[in-house]
Write a protein that binds this ligand. Structure first.
Ligand SMILES: Nc1ncnc2c1ncn2[C@@H]1O[C@H](COP(=O)(O)OP(=O)(O)O)[C@@H](O)[C@H]1O
Ligand SMILES: [Mg+2]
Length: 395
């Protein structure tokens, strides 16, 4: 009998002792998700395009391949119970093949299709009545000139796809900027672009919402994000704004993720205008930099809740464990190794939670790690986090 059982070749899922999560992409977001998955005894398989990446050391198995190639995606899916993503750049049509073959993918390809084109995303949000900045597609450079005549300056030209950390944005301040911006964003190569009205915000806010497979949702504290050159530098939790602003921001965030039928932890970026109006800037169909503080500052982190959501498990509490938390990003000054100088000095700062992502190389402006500190006030927490961050140097 024993022999007979052993001779029956189990299906891949029966052969696995642990629940296995497949992650498309192996950067720092996958790494922190893999750390959360490990807490539940889950295994992680990662599909990446290049051999060295932050989550590599935590993966049970790694597949090297093109994540827009349905065959690579199917190879990953065959090894895991659920597939999830750490970026919005994977082609939604390729992802749909996973669902057509009966694999579980969260967020779904339909959600990814609505989000990965930023113009479609904003039109989707506008269609359900959510306030978004004015925007329109730009087919040719003459459309930008015509829009300038109508809107005046400044306004933004943005890439519809594959943009992050401001890399797909250009702010137009006069007609002299139009051609350079069009070329910088690849308009001359046919890269689809759109124009967006400039929002004179007083603060940028962000909210992580984790939504489960049955539509249940949990909303993290509304935070303030501080961008410099379109890249996030600091996150303050909770945002130092009036309670009615917090409530409105949280409500808009919940409606935004529901509008795209999100499953998993999603980041929602918002602009707070000086009259108190709030606009939705954009959604990220994944864990988000503005939620890294949740690792130490919340009962259940955005990463743990993402794992719980995509595996169909109960969601955990997003409650803050301190009156204030601040996260400071560690951005590289220049090209260099992925390990920084000054780590030991940073680790001497009491209360500073230092994260180094383990990227193979640094590059100017690249996000290489972050530091979080909790405190009685934002000033206390920022002082601790900044003291540790100031010790660390990449490049
Ligand atoms: N319409 C806008 N008006 C004013 N500032 C903007 C506008 N759109 C973007 N920005 C600034 O640029 C940053 C990055 O832009 P975003 O569209 O969020 O792209 P990404 O985060 O993908 O790089 C925003 O956080 C904000 O600081
Ligand atoms: Mg953004």
């Amino acid at each position: 009998m024993q022999q007979l059982i052993e001779s029956v070749r189990p299906s891949p899922s029966e052969a696995r002792a642990a629940i296995t999560l497949g992650i498309i992409g192996g950067g720092q977001l996958a790494k922190m998700t893999a750390q959360a998955a490990a807490q539940f005894g889950c295994e992680v398989v990662i599909l990446e395009r290049q051999p060295e990446f932050p989550a590599g050391s935590l993966a049970t198995q790694t597949l090297l391949g093109d994540w827009d190639d349905p065959d690579s995606l199917l190879e990953l899916a065959a090894l895991v119970d659920v597939v999830t993503l750490e970026n919005e750049f994977v082609d939604a049509a390729a992802l749909a093949v996973l669902e057509q073959h009966g694999h579980t993918l969260w967020p779904s390809s339909g959600t990814m299709r609505l989000i990965q084109d930023k113009l479609v995303q904003k039109q989707t949000l506008a269609a359900v009545g959510l306030p978004v900045p004015g925007m329109r597609a730009m087919e040719r450079i003459a459309d930008v000139v015509a829009t300038a005549a109508e809107w005046g300056f400044p306004f933004l030209l943005k890439a519809r796809r594959n943009a992050y950390d401001g890399k797909g944005n250009a702010t137009l301040r006069s007609l002299w900027d139009v051609e350079a911006a069009w070329d910088k964003l690849g308009g001359h190569r046919g890269n689809p672009l759109f124009a967006e009205q400039f929002c004179p915000f007083t603060k940028e806010l962000a909210v992580i919402v984790t939504r489960g497979v049955h539509g249940e949702a949990t909303t993290y504290p509304v935070v303030e994000t501080v961008q410099h050159n379109h890249v996030c530098q600091i996150v303050r939790a909770p945002a130092p704004v009036a309670p009615e602003i917090t409530e409105r921001a949280a409500e808009l965030a919940r409606r935004a993720v529901a509008a795209v039928e999100a499953v998993g932890s999603f980041g929602v970026e918002l602009f707070l205008l000086n009259d108190g109006e709030i606009l939705v800037n954009e959604l990220a169909p994944r864990v988000h930099n503005s939620g890294h503080y949740t690792i130490e500052a919340c009962a259940c982190s955005q990463f743990e809740n993402h794992v719980r959501a995509v595996l169909g498990w109960p969601l955990g509490s997003p409650a803050l464990r301190a009156s204030a938390a601040v996260m400071v990003n560690l951005l590289a000054n220049a090209d260099g190794p992925g390990m920084p100088q000054g780590l030991t000095e940073a680790l001497r700062v009491p209360g500073a939670h230092v994260h180094i992502y383990g990227k193979a190389r640094s590059g100017k402006g690249r996000k290489m790690g972050h530091v979080t500190a909790l405190g009685a006030t934002h000033e206390n927490a920022l002082a601790v986090a900044q003291r540790a961050a100031d010790c660390i140097r990449f490049g």
